[in-house]
Write a protein that binds this ligand. Structure first.
Ligand SMILES: *[C@@H]1O[C@H](CO)[C@@H](O)[C@H](O)[C@H]1NC(C)=O
Ligand SMILES: *[C@@H]1O[C@H](CO)[C@@H](O)[C@H](O)[C@H]1NC(C)=O
Ligand SMILES: *[C@@H]1O[C@H](CO)[C@@H](O)[C@H](O)[C@H]1NC(C)=O
Ligand SMILES: *[C@@H]1O[C@H](CO)[C@@H](O)[C@H](O)[C@H]1NC(C)=O
Ligand SMILES: *[C@@H]1O[C@H](CO)[C@@H](O)[C@H](O)[C@H]1NC(C)=O
Length: 462
């Protein structure tokens, strides 16, 4: 229609140019159609997208994940209580055990309340949305009567054309760059571990129950075989330095050539390391800093610290620890981990009712938090965690000699498993730090002052 008018005007203009004349010729366009209500259409579009964002799969998944957690927790709780009863010999139940069970009951109660309110909210939402959909449908039917000019059809055809044109201009869409996505490493799937391979009391035999050790997966050139150790020298809570060894054998015989790199003075201050689950990555130490719900990164080269805050509601200062029925490990609120893709932090929050939460720690300057995942596994039933190939693994205490890697959460697919059944032979009852080293595919554990490592076995499955 418009095109036709323009052509007409052009023709007229050309005519007037060819035959100069003082007469002017005007052409009146009389549109007998009602004007198309563009405003209304965009309002409908807006309402539709609002409707879409109100009901999204994420909300449903969140709820499913919590329910799954509850489903696992209730039988576990029952087991724990009956175990306590069996052990009862007329004495008082262990204080720790009772506290653990009390905590768990309280959280399950909170969870039930939340579930109740969510259900009510969902009912309301469903009713509202049904009404909205009916309204939108009526609105669209009315709008269709306006479309005698085929505005919508033309618009859609234009969009298709534009898309084709874009594709034509940019060539064929290329597959994304080849980088193994987390959860699918080229070396295959985690199937088992063997060992212990290394088992040493190190430089200070028996002196420090809490600590961590390992290898930097991304070392500076020339430091590929260096190992690091952090020990909680003050009240099983704080550490002030990272101790470096130029090789595994120097760590075993206890000769620290580069020595200590001091992070903070011996009285706790903002940058003091709190808790054992620290890691080194790219010449920087990542840890939970003193009295904060923060991840600290200490740059060993520049000797500077940058921090990133975890979400509001994160449990810290020994309020969200790793536990088993007989013991909770103090100040294990934040567990830092490394894998093929970098650094991660594992923690828990009030809004997750004590379930494990996992966030990627991004390497930039300053350090920031990346994507976050919510799991269905209860942190108090977990003794430690580590990451390998973008999959989170959690362990639980079986007895003094055995720990079980029982749980996994794949960040690529969101898939959770509760029955992995991979066993760790222990040389001491408590694993206080556990981390995977992607350079040599070893698990490094710090167990009641012993440093132990295990080989991780991967298997390709096609
Ligand atoms: C344009 O259409 C209107 C309504 O149909 C009519 O009243 C008016 O006279 C028309 N104008 C011309 C120039 O034909
Ligand atoms: C869009 O939603 C608003 C608020 O719910 C409502 O008042 C309005 O009538 C809706 N518009 C259309 C075109 O459905
Ligand atoms: C669920 O919430 C409603 C309204 O707040 C309340 O009346 C009801 O008792 C609650 N049910 C449970 C099982 O808590
Ligand atoms: C895992 O390794 C342990 C110790 O090497 C072995 O006893 C066990 O059978 C292995 N399990 C599987 C599933 O391969
Ligand atoms: C540490 O500091 C050095 C020197 O300022 C800088 O080159 C390096 O990128 C920093 N490392 C990290 C992980 O921020």
């Amino acid at each position: 229609m418009k095109l036709y008018v323009i052509v007409l005007l052009c023709a007229l203009f050309a005519l007037t140019q060819q035959a100069p004349s003082d007469d002017t010729c005007a052409c009146e366009l009389n549109n007998s159609e009602k004007a198309f209500p563009h405003d209304k259409l965009s309002e409908v579009k807006e309402n539709t997208s609002k409707c879409n964002s109100n009901i999204n799969p994420q909300k449903i998944m969140e709820l499913n994940s919590l329910l799954l957690g509850l489903e696992r927790r209730l039988p576990q709780l029952l087991d724990d209580v009956s175990m306590l009863e069996r052990e009862d010999d007329g004495e008082l139940y262990g204080v720790i055990s009772l506290q653990l069970i009390e905590n768990e009951m309280r959280e399950i109660k909170q969870f039930m309340d939340r579930l109740n309110s969510t259900t009510l909210r969902h009912q309301r939402l469903t009713a509202d949305t049904t009404q909205q959909l009916d309204d939108l449908k009526a609105e669209m039917q009315e709008l269709e009567t306006y479309d005698s000019l085929q505005v919508m059809k033309t618009q859609q055809a234009n969009q298709r054309l534009k898309r084709d044109l874009d594709q034509c201009q940019n060539g064929h869409p290329f597959p994304p760059p080849i980088q193994p996505p987390p959860g699918k490493c080229s070396h295959g799937q985690f199937v088992n571990i063997t060992g212990p391979r290394v088992h040493t009391a190190g430089e200070y035999p028996g002196s420090y129950k809490y600590g961590a050790w390992g290898r930097d997966p991304k070392p500076e050139a020339g430091k590929e075989s260096w190992h690091w150790m952090v020990i909680l020298t003050s009240g099983n809570r704080f550490a002030h330095y990272v101790r470096l060894y130029s090789s595994l054998s120097s760590l075993i015989v206890g000769v620290s050539t580069p020595g200590n790199v001091q992070i903070s003075p011996s009285n706790p201050t903002t940058n003091t390391i709190q808790g054992p689950n620290v890691v080194m990555y790219g010449e920087a130490l990542y840890y939970n800093c003193y009295n904060q719900d923060d991840v600290c990164r200490f740059n060993l080269t520049s000797k500077t610290v940058t921090t990133v805050k975890l979400p509001v509601g994160t449990r810290f200062n020994s309020k969200g620890n790793f536990c088993h029925l007989d013991e909770c490990y103090p100040y294990t609120d934040l567990d830092l981990a490394t894998d093929e893709s970098g650094v991660w932090v594992i923690y828990t929050t009030n809004q997750d009712f004590g379930n494990l939460v996992l966030s990627k720690v991004e390497q930039g300057e300053p350090v920031t938090l990346g994507q976050t995942w919510h799991t269905s596994v209860y942190k108090q039933g977990v003794t430690n965690t580590f990451m390998a190939c973008g999959v989170l693994y959690a362990t639980r205490y079986v007895d003094k000699l055995m720990e079980e890697i029982f749980y996994s959460f794949d960040t690529t697919t969101g898939e959770q498993k509760f029955d992995l059944g991979i066993f760790i032979k222990k040389i001491s009852p408590n694993i206080l730090a556990l981390n995977y080293s992607p350079v040599d595919k070893m698990l490094h554990a710090y167990c009641d002052s012993f440093m132990v490592s295990y080989k991780v076995l991967f298997e390709k499955m096609y």
